[in-house]
Unconditional design. Structure first.
Length: 95
């Protein structure tokens, strides 16, 4: 008899991924720049990326207000804005 969970992908360590994302963005919101922000959000929703939604490259750091806004407007409608904000952040911080 196979062991429980045999053949299933290992569950990602979401806490570690979120910590990496917050650190990558300097604990600042990528939309408004507010410091000490800690709401990690997927750029493309899980429904569109079922296999790799938990990839840190698919995540950004938001403040509570911007995170609420993204959920109010809809993640799919905000994906382009989040991608642009993440790219602008990378351009400013990477050599």
């Amino acid at each position: 008899m196979p062991k429980l969970g045999a053949g299933r992908p290992k569950k990602p360590d979401i806490a570690a991924i979120h910590k990496l994302v917050r650190e990558r963005f300097g604990h600042r919101c990528v939309l408004c720049g507010r410091p000490r922000s800690g709401h990690v959000h997927e750029i493309e929703p899980r429904s569109k990326r079922p296999l790799d939604w938990d990839d840190a490259e698919n995540m950004v750091n938001l403040c509570g207000s911007c995170h609420d806004y993204v959920h109010t407007v809809g993640t799919a409608k905000c994906a382009d804005i989040l991608l642009i904000a993440a790219a602008r952040h990378r351009a400013r911080t990477e050599p």
